[in-house]
Ligand binder design. Structure first.
Ligand SMILES: CC(C)(COP(=O)(O)OP(=O)(O)OC[C@H]1O[C@@H](n2cnc3c(N)ncnc32)[C@H](O)[C@@H]1OP(=O)(O)O)[C@@H](O)C(=O)NCCC(=O)NCCS
Length: 165
């Protein structure tokens, strides 16, 4: 059985390590390792958990007692509900874990006053882009390296009703 729930304090280190694993996978070993220190990454997780510093959440997907994926979301000052990062361990991929995290993240963000849901990733990250496109996100901005995907926030976003026909 899969459970998507808020991260617990003792899992902060695990999420920080997987933020690094995400950077390595997306940017390559050298750039991914060098981009941020582990201290910075740990603090970045805590930033999203501290209501004095951000309006954010760190959600983890658990299967058979193990954390197999996470997503980090926050409300930006311009009213964007942003998926900051999403990661699923290789052994648990292509089973809908990231999709479950996306729906849970949308539900969390939609409980706040937001005007748009969005995420940014590397332009060649077809896996993540395919997932968000399948949920109605479209390209709203792009550079040579990065792409931003967004969709208007609607009442009920994240509860799956927008995907029913
Ligand atoms: C991107 C990632 C989070 C997807 O996780 P996942 O749990 O495998 O995704 P899901 O099983 O929920 O897949 C849902 C949909 O995403 C897309 N998708 C996922 N993996 C894919 C792949 N390898 N190739 C193409 N599309 C893929 C598909 O639309 C898929 O639907 P389908 O399986 O019915 O075709 C995972 O591959 C990952 O952690 N990658 C490395 C980290 C990363 O790139 N994070 C984003 C950085 S911002």
């Amino acid at each position: 059985m899969r459970l998507v729930r808020p991260v617990e304090d003792h899992e902060i280190e695990l999420v920080a390590e997987r933020m690094r694993a995400t950077l390595v996978e997306v940017l390559g070993e050298a750039r991914g390792q060098a981009m941020y220190t582990m201290d910075w990454l740990r603090d970045r997780v805590r930033f999203h958990l501290d209501p004095r510093r951000s309006t954010g959440a760190v959600l983890v997907a658990e299967e058979a007692g193990a954390v197999v994926g996470h997503t980090i979301v926050r409300v930006e000052s311009d009213g964007t509900g942003l998926f900051s990062t999403t990661y699923v361990v290789p052994a648990a991929r292509r089973r809908g874990v990231a999709q479950a995290l996306l729906l849970a993240g949308e539900a969390w963000l939609s409980a706040h006053p937001i005007r748009e849901l969005a995420t940014c990733t590397a332009r060649d990250n077809g896996r993540l882009i395919g997932l968000f496109r399948a949920h109605g996100y479209e390209e709203t901005d792009a550079t040579d390296e990065m792409v931003r995907l967004g969709k208007p926030a609607t009442r009920g976003a994240g509860d799956g009703t927008d995907r029913q026909r």
